[in-house]
Ligand binder design. Structure first.
Ligand code: IPM
Ligand code: MN
Length: 346
């Protein structure tokens, strides 16, 4: 295919600002690939105006694109959960984005809150394969006797053999093509015995197909210790939706901050478009001030291009970002200044 058709959802807060910079970079990196973009208005503004979150007709239209670029969803003027459960998660579920891919790489010149020379002398470079369609995110649960002293709330984590096996296989395949060929399962099977042992047995079984990949296991609490004290031990991590949500925020923090963390919500079959978004949220406190770092959105564009087989364009973006990061001083630049500087290097 010589032309790419990208759906763009700026969303809430700083989402539209950082996505605008991502689009500049996408244009500049595209080269002779013809690119068309269509904007979709989803998020707080639409909800206030129409009461809609994610209309079925929009899902159908989105499915007709090659990829989706998303800024952020979530706004304090909307009750917590309405947009998250109404827009972002339904998008991931509708598109069957079962691989939520979140790289954590500390680029040269980027400051980490860790004493990297001591705790990670060989650098930080791992990727979390977070399951994206199951776990406690599916909304399986309920509340009884709400707002009484006897209130009971349940959130039941759903883990299917089918869902676990496909994401585990994807993680093994990613580990196999990385130099270290190492996979860590992160769970909590000492307490969550039903789901935990399903994951453990699945990793063991699928591992037989990947004899050259070395496998490790860590309880999620211990994994957070190692993220802070020995992050170099990680190569590929596979974990469920909620553990993956939590550890990828720590991963972002140690690898230079949430302003740099990119992600892909991937449907590996290619049946539906995959969706790329910065890990950070809508940051309403700094929205509209040109303060947000667009780097995570720009790196998300690179992941989008790589996913669509445009590896060369993706590599050029990564190199431009790396060069910009290496020369970034402490001087504050605006969102668009960062975007322009990276674009200029392409
Ligand atoms: C993320 C976010 C979302 C999640 C929220 C906004 C629903 O925290 O992408 O990590 O929990 O997946
Ligand atoms: Mn999160």
């Amino acid at each position: 295919k010589t032309s790419l058709d990208i759906a763009v959802i700026g969303g809430d807060g700083i989402g539209p600002e950082v996505v605008a910079e991502g689009l500049k970079v996408l244009e500049a990196a595209a080269g002779d690939v013809k690119m068309s973009t269509t904007e979709y208005d989803l998020g707080a503004a639409r909800w206030h105006r129409t009461g809609e979150t994610l209309p079925a007709s929009v899902v159908e239209e989105l499915k007709g694109h090659d990829g989706i670029l998303l800024g952020a969803i979530g706004d304090p003027t909307v009750p917590s959960g309405v947009l998250e459960r109404g827009v972002l998660l339904p998008l991931r579920f509708a598109m069957d984005h079962y691989v939520n891919l979140r790289p954590a790489k500390l680029y040269p010149g980027v400051a980490s809150p860790l004493d990297v020379a001591r705790v990670a002398p060989n650098g930080i470079d791992f990727v979390v394969v977070r399951e994206g369609t199951e776990g406690p995110y599916v909304g399986n649960g309920g509340a009884l006797r709400v707002d009484t002293p006897h209130e009971i709330a349940t959130e039941v984590s759903v883990n299917t053999r089918y869902g676990v096996e496909r994401v585990v296989r994807d993680a093994f395949a990613r580990a196999q093509v990385r130099p270290r060929k190492h996979l860590t399962l992160v769970h909590k099977h000492n307490v969550l015995v039903h789901a935990g042992h399903l994951w453990r047995r699945t990793v063991e079984a699928v591992g037989a197909e990947f004899p050259d990949v070395e496998v490790a296991y860590q309880h999620v609490d211990a994994a957070t210790i190692f993220m802070a004290t020995d992050p170099g031990r990680f190569d590929v991590i596979v974990t469920d939706n909620l553990f993956g949500d939590i550890i990828t925020d720590i991963a972002a923090a140690i690898a230079g901050g949430i302003g740099l963390a990119a992600s892909g919500n991937i449907n590996p079959s290619g049946e539906n478009p995959s969706m790329f978004e910065p890990v950070h949220g809508s940051a309403p406190d700094i929205a509209g001030q040109g303060k947000a770092d667009p780097t995570a959105a720009i790196l998300s564009v690179s992941m989008l291009l790589a996913h669509l087989g445009r590896d060369e364009a993706a590599a050029r973006i990564d190199a431009a970002v790396a060069a910009d990061l290496a020369e970034r001083g402490s001087g504050a630049r605006s969102t668009s200044q960062v975007g322009d500087a990276i674009t200029a290097r392409l």
